[in-house]
Design a protein around this ligand. Structure first.
Ligand SMILES: *Cc1c(COP(=O)(O)O)cnc(C)c1O
Length: 443
């Protein structure tokens, strides 16, 4: 196979400018060899999804007009409405709501939940503890639950993952009943040490839920999962999916926004909550976001491929250095997150600081752990991107809790991730943190 070996000239540059040792560059070559076949299969998925997105654009008849700016109420905003059509095709739903007014992934999920759940109904999480920011939305473990689902009388049951960190289908089967209105399924690992769900696993969960209650809404938290596989959850029976445009589907270009795709009834429920009953999704101008949203979606399959390639490189590099990683470099991936377990705070902080140091924006900043709205623990975040908090751009973040795991994701270019991962390894080595002495020279 055609290996991307580092040339002598490039090695000189990497040594001089980035202060990388020779042993590390040799290791990078080995990692490149190890991961060759995996990278090929990522290219294959990216191409499949690129064709799918292209076809959705063509079918929708996108013209220059759709990309123009609108203002005011946004009545008849054709760009906005056509983008909804394209999203529903690509993600396998009847309808969609893609809006700059959805401020984040958490907001999109909150719209899905509050827009479709009523007092006395029950929500079940099929994938263990939901993503951190959903805690306050659900409100069951909090003292002050004002405005939460618990506050309006929605019940909540969490089905813990099995000992091998898989969804517990038996328990799910026993728990879903006629009162169950919605089942939350988190595709990505989020801030937890488990693999992401495969599309087949999502299909399996949906099947179990529907066998007990065909009317229960299967909601998939699709954050970080878009375009990681050839199918999306909407294509295997999920009723509603939600995500953020400053993650995968924004392709690194969307400046803000969130989306929902699913059955018309449930997307409307969310739209009523975003705006108001009666105006739903037909009001709300797209301002100047249309072109970014269209172009971002068009770029997304390729950029997600870049992010996946970077993650695979980092997985194998840090594994060879002796760290535990999740997923392994050649394991199936349903999201773009690469978790690396550091075991103590110092190497975790060193890692995040290196990633920041290798960013195109704010490279001189030094991230430190701090509080963040919606999160229970202090969090350290490295992000030097073009859009604030956009984690399809290369970023690393970690809640400061044992066993000190960095969640490393994004990278608009796999080459950027490559250099950042190597710089992080170099700093860890200099700090004396590398666990696997056998692959590095004696210190
Ligand atoms: C990022 C994320 C969210 C929340 O999205 P924000 O845009 O950060 O609010 C929810 N669930 C998962 C799995 C995520 O990765």
């Amino acid at each position: 196979m055609n290996l991307n070996r580092i040339s002598t000239e490039e090695k000189m540059y990497l040594k001089e400018v980035f202060n990388l040792d020779s042993w590390l560059l040799e290791l990078a070559d080995l990692v490149e060899q190890d991961t060759c076949a995996v990278l090929k299969s990522i290219n294959n998925t990216a191409r499949h999804n690129q064709l799918k997105v292209l076809q959705a654009f063509r079918e929708a008849g996108v013209t220059e007009y759709h990309l123009k700016e609108t203002n005011g109420y946004g009545y008849g905003d054709l760009g906005r409405d056509t983008l909804d059509t394209i999203y529903s095709r690509v993600f396998g739903g009847e309808d969609a709501l893609v809006r700059a007014q959805i401020v984040s992934g958490t907001h999109a999920l909150a719209l899905a939940l509050f827009g479709n759940l009523r007092a006395g109904e029950e929500l079940i999480s099929a994938t263990g503890t939901p993503y951190d920011t959903l805690n306050e939305i659900i409100g069951h473990n909090n003292q002050d639950n004002s405005g939460s689902l618990s506050d309006i009388g929605v019940g909540f049951t969490e089905i813990p993952l099995t000992n091998s960190n898989l969804p517990d289908l038996d328990k799910l089967q026993k728990t879903v009943n006629t009162k169950t209105r919605m089942v939350y399924i988190q595709r990505s690992s989020g801030y937890s040490w488990r693999s992401s769900l495969s599309i087949d696993e999502i299909a399996e969960i949906v099947k179990v839920v529907k066998s007990k209650n065909p009317d229960a809404i299967c909601l998939v938290d699709n954050c970080y999962g878009e375009f990681a596989n050839k199918k999306e959850p909407g294509e295997v029976g999920a009723d509603l999916i939600a995500g953020s445009l400053i993650k995968n589907p924004g392709g690194g270009l969307a400046p803000t926004g969130g989306y929902l795709v699913g059955k018309t009834e449930f997307v409307r429920g969310a739209a009523r909550r975003l705006t108001a009953p009666g105006i739903e999704g037909s009001v709300g101008s797209s301002l100047g976001t249309n072109r970014w949203f269209y172009q971002g979606l068009f770029m997304a399959p390729h950029i997600v491929g870049e992010a996946l390639k970077g993650a695979v490189f980092a997985a194998r590099l840090f594994e060879r250095l002796g760290y535990q990683v999740m997923p392994g470099y050649n394991a199936p991936r349903g999201d773009i997150i690469q978790a690396i377990r550091f075991g103590s705070p110092e190497p975790l902080i060193s890692f995040c600081q290196s990633i920041q140091h290798c960013s195109p924006v704010d490279a001189m900043a030094k991230p430190v752990p701090g509080e963040l709205p919606g999160y229970d623990h202090e969090v350290i975040m490295a992000a030097g991107g073009f859009v604030q908090g956009a984690t399809l751009e290369l970023s690393a973040d970690a809640p400061m809790r044992d066993p000190y795991i960095a969640y490393f994701q994004g990278g608009l270019s796999a080459d950027h991730t490559w250099i950042a991962a190597l710089c992080a390894a170099q700093s860890l080595y200099q700090g004396g943190f590398i666990p696997n002495g056998t692959c590095v020279p004696a210190r």
